[in-house]
Design a protein around this ligand. Structure first.
Ligand SMILES: C[S@@+](CC[C@H](N)C(=O)[O-])C[C@H]1O[C@@H](n2cnc3c(N)ncnc32)[C@H](O)[C@@H]1O
Length: 242
């Protein structure tokens, strides 16, 4: 949630430098919809797509409780096939979005190069001519050196422990999250999730974007307008459909 708010502010700065040709947006891997709803609040007409029904249910509940200047709707879809083929997300219109976003390292969840290529091809298919793609990705430096091996989060009625392990051969980091949530009346439920993220060399990301027909306009050390450097933790990619 806090990250999505940071990204929304940064995206505003990025759009001032790299304008989008209209106000129709597609937020891929939208999660609980925070960015999509912030864009809708600024007057964008947004379709949020995610592969998880549970995330979409939370996004729709948030949308129902808010009044936004623009419109936000949400659809089930896989980043690798949301625009092309029989699994196209409901409501998606090809060649019609002026902005596509994919944030909070969601692209790192694609573990094979072909999956990243498929996602970029779908983005290119969905964007209108002149449309902008904005995505952030964790770097190998971050996954290998800066992602704390153990993180403990605790708040009222909630505790979770995240343990990460980086495999240099696959450039993948596996995070196992275990925790308890609840209260003294209803009791506490144990939960466990596993997240795997893969880091891609920047040259590979740039090549796959170009191969998908998206012209790379900039790669920034995320949250700045400087080029990435050796110890960058996250890269913001900005590419445009010609
Ligand atoms: C780290 S969350 C980011 C959510 C949101 N973008 C944000 O900033 O809060 C990653 C999201 O990617 C979604 N996701 C992972 N793999 C996906 C796929 N192949 N297709 C669509 N969504 C996917 C998950 O369901 C989850 O909502």
């Amino acid at each position: 949630m806090r990250f999505a708010i940071l990204v929304a502010h940064y995206l505003g700065d990025v759009l001032a430098r790299h304008p989008a040709p209209g106000r129709r947006a597609l937020d891929l891997a939208c999660g609980t919809g925070t960015l999509a709803l912030m864009l809708a609040d600024e007057g964008w007409d947004v379709l949020g797509v995610d592969g998880s029904q549970a995330m979409l249910a939370l996004a729709r509940a948030k949308a129902a409780a808010l009044e936004t200047a623009g419109r936000a709707s949400f659809a089930l879809g896989d980043m690798r096939s949301f625009a092309l083929g029989p699994q196209a997300a409901p409501g998606l219109r090809p060649s019609s979005y002026h902005l596509a976003t994919c944030t909070y390292d969601s692209l790192n969840y694609l573990l094979r190069e072909e999956e990243l290529a498929a996602c970029f091809a779908n983005v290119a298919h969905a964007l209108a001519p002149g449309g902008l793609f904005f995505a952030d990705m964790n770097t190998r430096h971050f996954l290998e050196h800066d992602w704390d091996p153990v993180i403990v989060d605790e708040s009222e009625g909630f505790v979770q422990i995240s343990q990460s392990d980086f495999d240099p051969a696959s450039a993948c980091s596996t995070m196992v999250v275990t925790g308890f949530a609840g209260d003294d009346v209803r009791g506490y439920q144990r939960f466990e999730e596993t997240h795997v993220e893969r880091a891609y060399p920047p040259e590979t990301v740039a090549r796959l974007l170009e191969q998908a027909g998206l012209a790379v306009e900039a790669a920034y050390d995320c949250f700045t307008h400087q080029p990435p450097y050796e110890a960058s933790q996250r890269i913001a990619w900005i590419a445009r459909k010609p």
